[in-house]
Design a protein around this ligand. Structure first.
Ligand code: FAD
Length: 468
């Protein structure tokens, strides 16, 4: 485990790496503030099939038969392509594949995708400072954006707001924005408000110093991925849930020889995927296993790192319901580089999802780093660290939130009733792994590498949602 670093704004060591403005110690990107990818958090492993917390998204689809779908009772002995993982990374390979098998240890889409905060937010300019510093302006301009439409997934499209809450962060955000524009970044669609009073009016955040608004979306991620999987199943894909992959090895040459000798017509299999339910021979393997990839691909250990992340489900007080409901998604930018990411599910059920690398998340990171691995899964106390920060933020910043909560009272079922965790895979260079695996095994494999990381074993276990 690398030396632990803190997110204290005054920590000068941190400022050497952070994206800062001369004369200021404000930081825009939390992963730099806490040491980012340099700090290891956990070990390696596969997601556990039992005992994981259940996200709001997963709670909503308990009747969906995809949860435990197995297209065939037996695992196929062979497939053209084996895809390991069932998150959005799988969407990339629609079309050309004739046989396709997804192996995964737990229920369908219960990785980070089924646990996230539901933002689909093009982050062109805010991340520019970080990527410009690391890769140069030209590469930084290439950060990807996407939005999905025409799928039944509670899609909301509207303005997302990035709102710095102090003057220094506002200055830094402006600096990064201007640099992005100077480097040729498209900003015509971003409405910038530099006047704090106007920013407060737009955002309803008491400490707003500025406001950047541009079109984005939120959605129910599990529904989106289920839709994609439905298309794939109709196209002949074989989905196998509860099938953890333990190892991928080169296809055994002796088998090829025997097949040739016996006159069997063989495909040019190159890989054997070993699972708890048997082995599958295949031509290509697509690794879409995110944080868990290095558990069965040791060459990626240290390059992809697991990190527990939390999301809070908040039922807002009366003045933030009905006509008072929040109508924008948010990235609330704080001085120490942290961020509250807020998805109010406007147009759906008005439940406010709060995630992001917020100050509670930083405390969670410290808690995880300090725990023996065996104790890390009992995370109720750690989850409270995050929820307390969410509550304090909402009460201090959203105009009228605290008063409304006090006047109307937050009864059972309202307030900060539930939170859950997921494991994100943090890549060493901060950008997704996409393309062919390098190295002796990958060079001739045709393996695609997707976002991935070393596995922290399963998500934090929550016994129950807890009320305020
Ligand atoms: C709390 C939280 C909030 C987030 N909020 C947002 C947000 O608002 N917006 C956003 O864009 N991103 C958000 N993210 C990040 C985002 O969810 C992930 O980047 C994305 O879902 C990764 O998708 P994926 O397909 O690469 O991996 P995953 O969704 O993690 O899927 C990996 C799959 O691989 C399977 N698997 C792993 N190992 C094995 C094995 N050995 N054998 C078989 N199967 C295996 C897993 O079971 C899983 O199904 C958030 C993440 C978290 C945890």
């Amino acid at each position: 485990m690398a030396e632990k670093q803190t997110a204290t704004p005054a920590d000068p060591a941190k400022l050497v790496t952070g994206v800062t403005k001369p004369g200021s110690d404000a930081i825009l990107n939390v992963d730099e503030a806490i040491g980012g990818w340099k700090e290891a958090v956990g070990g390696v492993g596969v997601p556990e099939a039992q005992g994981q917390s259940l996200s709001y998204w997963l709670q909503q689809v308990r009747c969906d038969e995809l949860i435990s779908h197995r297209t065939t009772e037996q695992l196929p002995e062979a497939a053209d392509t084996v895809i390991i993982g069932s998150g959005p990374s799988i969407t990339k390979r629609l079309g050309p594949i004739r046989a396709w098998l997804c192996s995964r240890p737990g229920t369908f889409c219960s990785g980070a995708t089924g646990r996230n905060a539901g933002h689909c937010k093009p982050d062109q300019w805010r991340g520019f400072g970080k990527y410009e510093k690391q890769f140069g302006a030209e590469q930084a301009m290439k950060s990807p954006t996407s939005a999905k439409k025409n799928v039944d997934c509670d899609l909301w499209v509207g303005d997302t707001l990035d709102v710095p809450l102090d003057a220094e962060t506002a200055a830094l955000a402006r600096d990064v924005f201007d640099r992005y524009r100077a480097a040729g970044g498209k900003v015509d669609h971003v409405k910038v408000t530099a006047d704090p009073a106007e920013a407060r009016r737009i955002s309803r955040l008491a400490g707003a110093q500025a406001c950047y608004a541009w079109p984005a979306a939120t959605l129910q991620p599990r529904k989106l991925v289920a839709h994609v999987m439905g298309v794939n199943l109709a196209a002949g894909v074989n989905l196998q849930t509860f099938t953890p992959v333990r190892r991928v090895s080169p296809y055994d040459d002796t088998k090829k020889t025997k097949e040739k000798e016996s006159g069997e017509k063989t495909k040019n299999y190159r890989w054997t995927v070993h699972t708890d339910r048997g082995a599958i021979a295949c031509v290509d393997v697509v690794h879409a296993s995110n944080a868990y990839l290095p558990a069965y691909e040791p060459s990626l250990r240290g390059l992809i790192r697991p990190k527990p992340h939390m999301c809070n489900k908040v039922i807002p007080p009366l003045s933030f319901a009905g006509s008072g409901a929040l109508r924008n998604s948010y990235g609330v930018l704080l001085r120490d580089g942290s961020l509250f990411s807020i998805n109010p599910r406007y147009g759906a059920d008005g439940v406010v999802m709060v995630g992001g690398s917020n100050p509670g998340q930083l405390k969670l990171d410290e808690w995880v780093a300090a725990q023996p691995a065996a104790d890390q899964r009992e995370g109720t106390a750690a989850a409270r660290l995050v929820t307390d920060e969410v509550r304090q933020f909402a009460e201090a910043q959203f105009d009228g939130w605290r008063e409304s909560a006090e006047d109307d009272g937050l009864g059972p079922g309202a307030g900060y009733e539930y939170s859950w965790s997921g494991i994100i895979g943090v890549a060493a260079d901060g950008v997704p792994f996409v393309g062919e695996m390098p190295g002796p095994r990958g060079r001739d494999s045709g393996c695609a590498r997707a976002t991935a990381g070393t596995a922290w074993r399963g998500s934090l276990r929550r016994r129950r949602g807890w009320s305020s």
